[in-house]
Each structure stands twice: as C-alpha cells, then as structure tokens.
Design a protein around this ligand. Sequence first.
Ligand code: XMP
Length: 532
Amino acid sequence: KILILDFGSQVTQLIARRVREAHVYCEVHPCDVSSEWVREFAADGQLKGVILSGSHASVYEVDDKAPDAVFELGVPVLGICYGMQTMAQQLGGKVEAGKTREFGYAEVRARGHTALLKDIADFTTPEGHGMLKVWMSHGDKVTEMPPGFKLMASTDACPIAGMADEARGYYAVQFHPEVTHTVQGRALLERFVLEICGTRPDWIMRDHIEEAVQKIREQVRDEEVILGLSGGVDSSVAAALIHRAIGDQLTCVFVDHGLLRLHEGDMVMDMFAGKLHAKVIRVDASELFLGQLAGVTDPEKKRKIIGGLFVDVFKAEAAKLKGDGAKGAKWLAQGTIYPDVIESGGAKSKKAVTIKSHHNVGGLPEQLGLKLLEPLRDLFKDEVRELGVALGLPHDMVYRHPFPGPGLGVRILGEVKKEYADLLRRADAIFIEELRSTIDHNSGKSWYDLTSQAFTVFLPVKSVGVMGDGRTYDYVVALRAVQTSDFMTADWAELPYALLKKVSSRIINEVRGINRVTYDVSSKPPATIEWE
Ligand code: XMP
C-alpha cells in the first residue's frame, strides 16, 4: 500500500486517483498524523512508499511538515510541490520564499539519469536534452538540496525543479504530476509506485468494495442508518454499498415529489426493494409538492419550495425512524463525492466536515442529531460509476445523465401543474429512448452516451397546428442536448437531423396535447443548460 500525506492541496485526491488507476491500494491521511501513527500504519509490513502532496500555502505561512517517521521507515518517498519543499527542509536543504509565483504550463529539463525520469520525455531539444511538459503552481522553491541529493529536473525560473537521493529512494518534483496537464505525470507516478516502491498492480474495484464495507461496519457497528435515496447515481451507489455492508441496518427514504421522470419511482423501488432487498420507504408526496407549487412562477421560489419541502418530508420520516430508544437511527448517510467536497471548500481544510448542498440538505445531520456517513467522499464521479457497476447496479442507471434535485419542476417553465408534468414526462421519455437507440457510426456509441445531458422542456404556450382534418391548438416542448466536460460551459449537441425528425414526429403523434417540438441551439454561456 501507498500512504499519501495531504498538506491541503486542492488536487491531493488526484494523486490518490492516479495511484488507484495504477491498481495500487492507497490511503490519504492528513499531514499532521503523528510519527507513532505512521509506524503503526506501516507495522503490517505492507507500506511500500509515501507521497507528500502539495499545499495551498507556502512553507513560510504554515509549519506543516511530514512526521519524522516517514524518513525512518526505509521506504521510498515522493515529494510533490510543497511536499518537495518540506522534504528539502526536513532533510537539511534550503527553501526560499519566491518573489513571484510560477503558475501554469512550464517546460522542464529532465535529467534522465534517475530511475524516476529515465526515458520519460515529451520532446528533445536540439542539444539533446529530454524535456517534460508540466504544470507548475508554486511561489517558494528549493535553493539548496539536502546532502545526498542530486539534481533531477530544472527550469530557468526554478533551477531545482526535481531532486533525488536514489540510495534512499527519495524523489521530489516541484511540478504536479497528478494533473493531466503534466503530460507524463501518469507515467511518472506509475513508475514511482510500481517500480520504485515495488507495489503489485493487483488492486481492483472489488477490493475497494471489501475495504469500504469493512470501514462502514467499523464505523456503524450495530447502529441504524438512514439515507435519502433520490434515484441519482451518487445516492444509489452509496445505498448499494452501505446495504452490502450492513444490510437491514440501512433504511432508505425515497421521497417522490411528483416531478420525477417517467416510471422513475417504480424503477428505483424495483431495483432497491425488489432486486437488492433493501429496506426502502417510498413517500408519495406529489400532492403536497404540487399543492405548494400552485400559482408559483418564479424559478428561485420554485426551487426553494421544492428544496424546503424535500427536507421537511425527509425530516418527518427520519424522525419516525430515529425514535427515542436505543434502536433509533444514529446515522445519516449521504452520497457526497469528492468533487462536492472540493466545491464546498472541504478539501482545503483537513478537518472540515462538509455535506452535499445539492438537495439543500445542508445542516440536516445537525438538525436531526445524526452522525454523518459518507462512504464515497474520496471518489471521483467515474470511480463512483465503476463502483456502482461492481456492486451490481445496472449500467444504464449508473451511467445516467445528471438530473437536478428539483426535477421536472425547473423544466416546466413558470407554474408547475400535474397536467404539464404528465405531458413532459412522456415527451421526455421518447426523446431519451431515441437517444439511447440511435448509434453514431463513427464512434459506435449511442447519442445518449455522446451527450452529457439531454432532456425536454415544457413551454406553457399554445400554438396552432393541423392534424388530419382538424386544427389543433396545443403546447410546445423544446429538446435540449448538450456536450460538456464540467457543466460550467456547454455546447449544444449537433444531433443528427434524422434523429430530431424521429423524436419530433413521435412526440407529436404519441403525446396528445403537444403539437410542436423545437430544438434548443444555445450554448452555455450565455444560456444555461436548464431553462430555469
Ligand atoms: P445550469 O442550468 O446552471 O446547470 O447550466 C448546470 C448543471 O446543474 C444542474 N442543475 C441543478 N442541479 N439542483 C440540482 O441538483 C438545481 O437546482 C439545479 N439547477 C441546475 C443542471 O441540470 C446541470 O447539470
């Protein structure tokens, strides 16, 4: 196993992710663990190497250092950015406060004599120097290497951009190999953990499940857990994982607000109650939600009402389950994933406990007096998906497009009515069905997989049409399909005309009440992905 000590960089989890991608087991712990803790961690003889992460701070602002034991274990150590600087200081070198910050793309001259960088280069200069394209983010720099170290990499701005004491297995780089902008970063980290540390690449998702299951059992012991199941990827995978660990000690609460997609509620129940035999309480609160939404047209008000009611309904169910006696629920489980942790600033502070604000459930554990269980906290979205598949969840469920918490509530423009929701659900199901079944011949993928998010929007306006011999005066829907990597910016997808044609004709023919279909050709920005 590999130990990653976190000095608070925003990208520490990326190091863990790269190590996991190399199929090596690793754990991330805060840098201020004690030397005793480190020795204890290594006591099983399985610890093969340590990685010291970067930090958001300067060595002159904080006095975080690696526990001394790290350098007494006799295993290789890799320092990254701040990790390099603290390694230099702790082993007798010097670090100087930088006057300017070096941030972004840089080209580093790699000295190929070290085991870490041997034969790794992006290009060679006319003088024959191997060069690496890397990503830098630092102010301070190492100005004097500790005794025993030799130069491994340099740039004009940072003459000591990498150093190594190969006899002891100590390596350090000023740049960030964990980010994808460092082209050879993955190769470099792989080489460190596999060749230099000598780990075996035998860790797979199945092992992760075993470990996660053990951890949940140790945390929860014989206590009861409740979880708000939304049908989304994160809460579904969290539910499946926790259920695997503690079975009937988990109760899922599925609040149906009446603004879900076609048959979604039944599918969730089918999967969790039916196939997994998990305890799921389905609360049909659609009348409550639609009642409170009547007459409300402002998008933010609608969001607030839906979010608020969701919390109320969930709290009421949780209170029943919590009970008074020893048998009541003691834990609230949430499908918080690592990007949520970063977003809410949790990654900066090692001790911060953050919760998903997604469903506006912030503060819920405190209000309910429950402890928080977040088994997906260290994972990235695609790892969560992989875990979901390994747990036996259907591929289609796990690779679903994101769906907003307020559901169809923000896809029905203006006032939400049951009639509108019913029309929208059917139109949207047709659009999604056609996206799934239309394969792009260049990529061999379905258009559902080629788009990041696709859905139908209900416009409460009527337009004139003809059908058979008669005139119609019915509603309009807009199709929306976007491609994006981060949902901050997005392009509308260039869906094939034949696909749009089929969707339009099916919706108009099959959904009585809709006689016009439009396609949204707006990018984000300046438009947003959702219409409200
Ligand atoms: P926009 O419309 O802002 O959407 O471009 C970006 C992403 O966020 C999702 N979204 C929401 N998700 N509650 C959510 O849980 C919301 O109120 C909400 N509004 C937008 C949207 O679906 C897209 O993926």
